[in-house]
Design a protein around this ligand. Sequence first.
Ligand code: ADP
Length: 475
Amino acid sequence: MNKQFINGEWVDAISKQTYSLINPATEETIGTMSFASTEDTRVAIEAAHEAFKAWSKTTPYTRADILKKASNYIRENILVFAKDMVLESGKPFAEAKGEWTVAANLFEWYAEEAKRSYGKVIPTNRLDKRSTVIWQPMGVIGIITAWNFPAYNPARAWAAALAAGCSVVAKPSESTPLSAFHMTKALTEAGLPKGVLNLIIGDAPMIGEEMLSNPLLKKISFTGSTRVGKILMDGASKTHTKLSLELGGNAPVLIFDDVDVEVIAKASAIARFRNNGQVCIAAQRFYVHKNIYKKFTEAVTKYVSQLKVGTGFEDGVNVGPLITKKQKENVVDLLKKAKTENAEILTGGNTPEHLPNGYFLQPAVVANLTQQSVLARNEIFGPVLPIFSFEDLDDAIAKANDTEYGLAAYVFTNHLKTAILASERLAFGIVGINEWAPHGTESPFGGWNHSGQGHESGSDGLYEYMEKKLISIAV
Ligand code: ADP
């Protein structure tokens, strides 16, 4: 399956180019993958355009049957799929399995939701006129996704676009193609007609460029860095390609002094290091009320130093390797810069002695930081928990909102008024109150400011792939 999937066939890249897929936990080669570029993308877009003609005319009930079968196929093969996800991403097996369950849930949920893409009838001010609004599938969608969630990221966009009646040219990250292969297999086994889903793995800038300039492709749904999001925004004007962008984040966590410090510190140590901090909504900047700053810092340092680092197949492992050597270097570099700013590394930040191979980094806690620190200004995307303090609600909100990002924020308090005021004043698309997982299959996920545009998940996610049409009738 380590090929391109175009118009219902597994094929080599036209150029015959390949690359080696590396296991981030061992630095060993997992396999040789086919590497596509412009021409493959063009052929895939043309296949998707042709397939759209029939697929867009199916009823949502027909599409639901296929998507539900795909969901079941994922559930039936979850152990094999999760194993391959561990190999390509390094994440702990339990996290990989959980991610595949969510992917299956997404296909099932969108299978049902497309049946409810209701339009509306609008009363007019004339007796001889009727106004209705209907939703129709947009056309060929390019879906570019990042490596941090090799199944969840594609599933969220593929399921919604396919349920809406669109055809897809998908470009998952070249670092994690195996999960995308499995998801493609699930859909084809479920009976998805040829050309409706095409899978391209290869040269990202060239594939992106072809998607942007090919007039047959109507929209790009992108999950990845703000840097690449901006490249796509620049290019989208050429053919007026629409964009949904799910970009970076730099989530603040506000911890007020009425909480049980020990409980929150223990939970913080787990939440911050889920998927090694490589999560766009990851709790990142920990703002702790000055009255509990010392107690929280000591407790969280204790819990973080107890986290078990290792390969995803070992029992009880909390933290795996980073995805690439470059990603590890980025995090090490941020820590080095923070040190020059007088930051204090309370634990971690080094390569664990027992794991010399692979891209492992011991989870770090860092204190003595200002708002200007590199650890406050940048999305870390790695295993570092920086701690700051605040005086009161106003100070906490000002510091939390002091970022160009606006994806997620978290608040921990038992005080109702504080929770309500904080949730209303935080300039972020997602706010979790006393919880670490504020998103769900059924709810809208999207960022403000430099964190993106548009929404995924929930019914908002479906309408990202549909056009609204007004039909006005003279009678
Ligand atoms: P990350 O650094 O987290 O991988 P990226 O934004 O670089 O984030 O990657 C997200 C996705 O975007 C990946 O599938 C990657 O291959 C793709 N990508 C990277 N550069 C470009 C580009 N210039 N045009 C289109 N897609 C790109």
